[in-house]
Design a binder for this molecule. Sequence first.
Ligand SMILES: CC(C)(COP(=O)(O)OP(=O)(O)OC[C@H]1O[C@@H](n2cnc3c(N)ncnc32)[C@H](O)[C@@H]1OP(=O)(O)O)[C@@H](O)C(=O)NCCC(=O)NCCS
Length: 209
Amino acid sequence: MTYLFAPERYVGDGFVLRSYDLGDGPLLSEASDESYEHLRPWMPWAVPHMPVEDGEKLVRQFRARYLLAEGFVIGVFSSDEMRLLGSAGFHLREGPITTGCAEIGMFIRQSEAGRGLGPRVVTAMLEWGFSAWPWLRLAWRCDQRNLASIRVAEKCGLRHEGVLRGQLAHVGNGRRDTACYALTKQDWLARPARGADATPPPASPKPLG
Ligand SMILES: CC(C)(COP(=O)(O)OP(=O)(O)OC[C@H]1O[C@@H](n2cnc3c(N)ncnc32)[C@H](O)[C@@H]1OP(=O)(O)O)[C@@H](O)C(=O)NCCC(=O)NCCS
């Protein structure tokens, strides 16, 4: 499998996940402008202001790469699709599509963060990713200092696999340690029935071979 007829849309409880499309630029620009202070510590691409035409260019790039099966950036839209609540994606950071591996990436816009939306979206990405998509393993990686992101991984039952020390340049100065979490399709199918809001079991760190 070198090409993927990627699924286009998932309707969640209070949100829609879908590929960005032509005309979504203003929504991305507005969500990005609101969220600069919130994103700046963790996202190297965060900008204080995204002109609408830059937003439109970006969503067109996302759409083109989606159709070419080169990368899958996914918007988190309100149910009426009039507002962008955040952005997510299945990123090919562990190898090409043939590996069956992808990394889930995500941000929730500043005014929607802290209300439990992040874990609900990641749970939806796992549910969708292991059913309509062909993923066999979905990973979640974050700066070890990003406690909200680590909490999302724990709340979604992702397994802690280890820490890659000094793996990337930090957004500010120095290097960052990367916390690695993942679930395989087998893990997902064997999971006990539980909601994203359930208290997670204690993480059991496992060294990365
Ligand atoms: C990380 C992020 C996706 C979480 O989404 P969210 O919708 O805010 O998720 P929640 O509302 O469940 O909040 C996350 C959890 O982290 C906790 N949290 C938030 N900030 C925290 C902090 N500074 N220290 C410790 N815990 C923190 C919250 O209390 C909550 O845990 P709880 O439910 O046990 O109280 C969102 O905050 C975000 O977009 N952050 C900026 C971008 C980013 O870091 N993306 C992830 C990159 S890997």
